[in-house]
Design a protein around this ligand. Structure first.
Ligand SMILES: Cc1cc2nc3c(=O)[nH]c(=O)nc-3n(C[C@H](O)[C@H](O)[C@H](O)COP(=O)(O)OP(=O)(O)OC[C@H]3O[C@@H](n4cnc5c(N)ncnc54)[C@H](O)[C@@H]3O)c2cc1C
Length: 375
């Protein structure tokens, strides 16, 4: 191994993005991952993640998303393959639901294109949905999905091509600030570097016991249903969707040929787990929590369960991201843009982390993601 100046711990989508952006700036960077990139014990595996421009969580995300979209296009061009699928998105609920109110507020504040559909118009235009008459839908043309695992693979390949080194199946045990740098202790050696990016997802709390907040790992479940009427879920007729109702908030995608219709419940059971030891089997109650919404709102997808799997959300206490340096330790950068909605920002997060690493500051407004908001 050549001498490196920066270590990135964790090669999920955020570590991969950071590795690529750091290598592209000419830093000598090493990425360390305890499994193989694309493994299924973190947050970044699987086929798809939703991308949307108007943002029900908070309007301030829209500015960042406007920057993220062109970076996705740039990543696609560099990877030489398609990663983005703009299908449009419908966000469905009662007019006073958090989803509908939040999306509309963000769209209006940022003057984004959208349409409001009443229940009849929604079901006429997109026959996959069956919703009560009091529901409405906010339709945004810019929504869609990104291909998750191909994104991971592209980032890693581009980082390598730009000179990054990668060590897989290696666990970082400790990160120790020292007078002249930071020591990264793995299960096989110790590496002294100028700075460390900790993008270890649900592993961050164990690695950084002095982090001023506790990140919670929650177990999530994804399910693929065999549609009874596949044609209504074709991407030409069915956009990506989110639905808030008495069963909670569910989301899903157009038909993935060969796999089925993917539907999941956002914040499944809010079940906090040990990320190193949690149940990765999918139970009948897991399936029931998703099927309840499928039966009510997507009856044409209510066929047999083709597949189901688990995934982790790394939750900050307020549901926003953590992107900052450790208090009093500017050589350690923490990047946990998760809380269940970070993937769509990945190429931008890589740039922000690289700016923090090289300049100690970033041109993007990350006030909302700073650790001092918890003070
Ligand atoms: C079910 C599900 C659905 C989602 N849907 C969406 C969506 O539709 N749209 C969206 O924008 N976002 C979505 N997200 C969120 C998004 O996927 C996450 O924000 C993102 O994947 C977080 O990536 P990460 O790199 O921070 O974490 P991870 O992917 O968990 O990566 C962290 C990596 O660090 C490694 N690691 C941990 N500890 C150590 C250690 N000590 N040493 C070495 N390596 C270590 C882990 O093995 C892991 O590979 C979803 C997430 C889930 C789980």
């Amino acid at each position: 191994m050549t001498r490196v100046d920066t270590v990135v711990v964790g090669l999920g989508v955020m570590g991969g993005a950071a590795l690529r952006s750091l290598a592209a700036r000419g830093l000598r960077v090493l990425g360390i991952e305890r499994f193989e990139p694309g493994h299924d014990r973190g947050s970044s595996h699987g086929a798809t993640r939703i991308l949307r421009l108007s943002y029900f969580e908070h309007p301030s995300y829209v500015r960042l998303l406007r920057e993220a979209y062109p970076l996705w296009r740039e990543l696609e061009a560099m990877a030489g393959r398609r990663l983005l699928h703009i299908t449009g998105i419908v966000e469905i609920g009662t007019p006073d639901s958090q989803l509908v109110r939040g999306t509309l507020a963000a769209a209006r504040e940022h003057d984004l294109p959208y349409e409001i559909l009443n229940a009849t118009e929604l079901m006429r235009r997109h026959p996959a949905f069956r919703v009560p008459s009091e529901f409405i839908a906010v339709a945004q043309p810019d929504g869609g999905f990104v291909e998750a695992e191909p994104t991971l693979a592209a980032q890693i390949a581009l980082a390598r091509a730009a000179g990054a080194e990668i060590r897989t199946n290696t666990t970082v045990r400790a990160i120790e600030p020292r007078q002249d740098g930071v020591r990264v202790i793995t299960d096989s050696d110790a590496i002294d570097v100028a700075r460390v990016v900790v993008a270890a997802g649900a592993g961050i709390s164990k690695l950084l016991p002095d982090l001023p907040i506790r990140l919670r790992a929650t177990r999530q479940v994804l399910a693929w249903f065999e549609p009874r009427q596949p044609d209504v879920f074709d991407a030409a007729r069915c956009p990506v969707f989110l639905i808030e109702g008495p069963h909670g908030t569910h989301y899903g995608f157009p038909l993935q040929p060969g796999a089925g219709v993917k539907v999941a419940k956002h914040h499944h059971f809010e079940e906090v787990v040990d990320p190193d030891d949690y149940d990765r089997n999918v139970s009948s109650s897991d399936e029931a929590a998703i099927r309840a919404a499928v039966a009510d709102y997507l009856p044409a997808a209510n066929g047999k369960l083709n597949a189901a799997t688990t995934c982790l959300y790394t939750m900050a206490p307020d549901g926003d991201f953590i992107i900052d340096t450790l208090p009093g330790e500017p050589r350690i950068i923490v990047a946990s843009p998760c809380s269940g909605h970070g993937f769509k920002f990945a190429p931008l997060i890589g740039e922000i982390v690289a700016e923090l690493a090289t300049n100690g500051t970033t041109t993007r407004d990350i006030t909302r993601f700073r650790l001092d908001r918890f003070a």
